[in-house]
Design a protein around this ligand. Structure first.
Ligand code: G6D
Length: 347
């Protein structure tokens, strides 16, 4: 096991690239900027090690990371309707994005922050701890929030992200990681034929602006039923209005049935790679890179639609408007804790 670091000078910014390596030579690389995961190297069924996440070829492109490749997302992952919420009778207005709705913590969200890094070697894992303090009023949110995020790579090829945060005032917060996974290896294929199982019998209906309507729908009998396994290809020509609002893909919050089981299992038959996700979060936005075009230069290939699948485990900002959704409220001085693990295997 090892941890290496490399200076990355980008347009006047002095970043550090960290790489966690386990005993099987699986590795996870990330920047201290945004905690951005730039590469995850895992073996395929014949032992060939290849990258399984989307990342830019030129690190400078992360300065304008509108796709949020690999980034930590906060204070509130997802969309806040009309960029407005109320806490204890006080109304807050945070930076507006598309159609006046705030996305992923705003233009100065967690994906743009430089973290302090501490590295630790354990008996069967290597760990990097990322620290950042977001001042009261940052991006319009109340409370000074101290973040502590751990990236842990274990010798059983499980990569775990543990999140902790505490605020000096009542606030709203749900943080995630926005990596785009592609198990084909070095972006050889799209994710259209990845076989995906989700432990979710319900999902959240969206309007044309990708804002939750407040309705929670059953997946049964629809292209959103991944309970027995399904590929994203089924959405490409789907007439389901919910696939249509997501540009013939998925961009939806799935509500997990049981947070003790495997929340997500993704298999790529060609490479033999299997990714199993476990989380303590009540749900996850699955985004199938529906709005990716060919304009971005990634490490191994140009970007394209359906090139990666994001598994944004989190609570739901819809809870700021509607009852019955997993809350993003964080009381003053209460420690927010969340954990999601990604286990890579071959079959
Ligand atoms: C699009 O709607 C999607 C988001 O879910 C995603 O996070 C972003 O692109 C990268 O806005």
């Amino acid at each position: 096991m090892a941890i290496t670091t490399k200076p990355i000078a980008v347009e006047g910014h002095d970043w550090q690239l960290y790489t966690l390596i386990n005993k099987n030579k699986m590795s996870v690389s990330f920047l201290n900027y945004g905690g951005i995961i730039t590469e995850i190297i895992t073996p395929n069924k014949v032992g060939v090690k290849e990258n399984v996440v989307l990342g830019y070829r030129d690190y400078a492109d992360y300065l304008n990371n509108k796709t949020y490749f690999g980034a930590l997302i906060g204070r509130v992952a997802g969309r806040i309707e009309n960029s407005t919420f109320v806490i204890n009778g006080d109304t807050y207005h945070v930076p507006e994005g598309e159609n006046g709705h705030s996305l992923h913590g705003g233009p100065g969200g967690l994906h743009t922050k430089v973290f302090e890094i501490e590295t630790l070697e354990h008996e069967t894992s290597t760990e990097a701890v990322l620290y950042y303090t977001s001042e009261d009023g940052d991006q319009g949110y109340p409370g000074t929030v101290t973040y502590k995020v751990s990236y842990v790579l274990a010798d059983d090829n499980t990569f775990t992200i543990r999140y902790e945060a505490v605020s000096t005032k009542d606030t709203v917060l749900t943080i995630t990681n926005h990596s785009y996974f592609n198990l084909s290896g070095n972006l050889k294929e799209t994710i259209l034929d990845h076989d995906i199982i989700l432990d979710a019998s319900q999902f959240v209906e969206l309007d044309e602006e990708l804002i939750p309507t407040g309705k929670i729908l059953p997946v049964s009998g629809t292209t959103f039923d991944f309970t027995q396994g399904r590929t994203v290809r089924g959405a490409v020509d789907s007439t389901d209005p919910q696939n249509k609002v997501a540009l013939q893909g998925y961009d939806h919050y799935f509500i997990f049935d049981d947070t003790k089981s495997d929340a997500v299992i993704i298999k790529d038959p060609k490479s033999g790679r299997k990714l199993t996700v476990q989380t303590d979060q009540p749900g996850m936005v699955m985004y199938t890179s529906n709005s990716l075009d060919d304009s971005l230069t990634l490490q191994e290939a140009p970007s394209q639609k359906y090139l990666g699948v994001c598994l944004e485990t989190q609570s739901s900002p819809a809870s700021l408007i509607h009852d019955g959704f997993p809350s993003v409220f964080l009381p003053k001085n209460e420690v927010y804790r969340s954990k999601t693990s990604f286990r890579f295997e071959v079959e």
